[in-house]
Design a binder for this molecule. Sequence first.
Ligand code: AP5
Ligand code: MG
Length: 213
Amino acid sequence: MNHLIYFGPPGAGKGTQSFEIAKRLSCGRESAGDLLRWHIKKNTAIGQEVKEMLDRGRLAPAELVVRIMVERIKEFEAEGRGWVLDGFPRTIEQAELLAVEGWDHVVVSLSAPEDVLVERLSQRRVCSECGNNYHLEFSPPLTENLCDDCGAALMQRTDDAPEIIQERLEVYRREIEPLLEWFRTNGYEVLDVDASGPIDNVRESILALLKEI
Ligand code: AP5
Ligand code: MG
């Protein structure tokens, strides 16, 4: 099954792990958060609409996110490729709107204790140009503060400020986590992955579970 949804709280490793798996499976990959940040960076109408929501750690409007993500999936489909999605769908409303399109998919659900999530997010650095993710201790860049791939400067995401991390965790518990049960009761396969260990171990756990399906 080359339609995968990476699900989990902020800092669980959705970006890190979905990037790896998409490369291995030669699938298209899209992250709803990355796509929205791209719009903000380019100052598009969509970017202007969602900037404050992302800065505050709140969810963007469901219909908007579904529209831009379905567009991306259709591009992957047209290329005859599988796809890996990071952070979409994120609410029951989004999942219901996506289901209308009729694609089946498997959910890779990553979880880790809250103190681990907070530590990862506060130590994360991202490339200001290509969006690559780093962790100061666990996956540092080869040259301090510079992206390994494009050489641009690394920065902290605005929503990785301590009070916004707390808000995002709260939004996750209140608005996002209930989707997991919805996936299970609506017949989607959910692979539960303990994502609290090192990056390579988490990747191996995911690969082992994918082999079984
Ligand atoms: P989004 O960008 O998706 O943010 P998030 O869900 O809060 O998740 P993160 O990107 O912070 O964490 P991650 O799980 O990707 O972890 P990562 O791999 O980076 O969304 C941002 C915002 O956009 C939302 O708040 C919302 O406003 C909006 N949005 C997005 N999707 C939406 C939707 N569907 N609907 C409405 N609004 C939406 O890892 C974190 C750090 O830890 C990195 O430094 C990494 O190197 C490190 N790390 C990863 N794994 C490990 C490990 N196993 N061990 C040690 N370090 C690790
Ligand atoms: Mg991410």
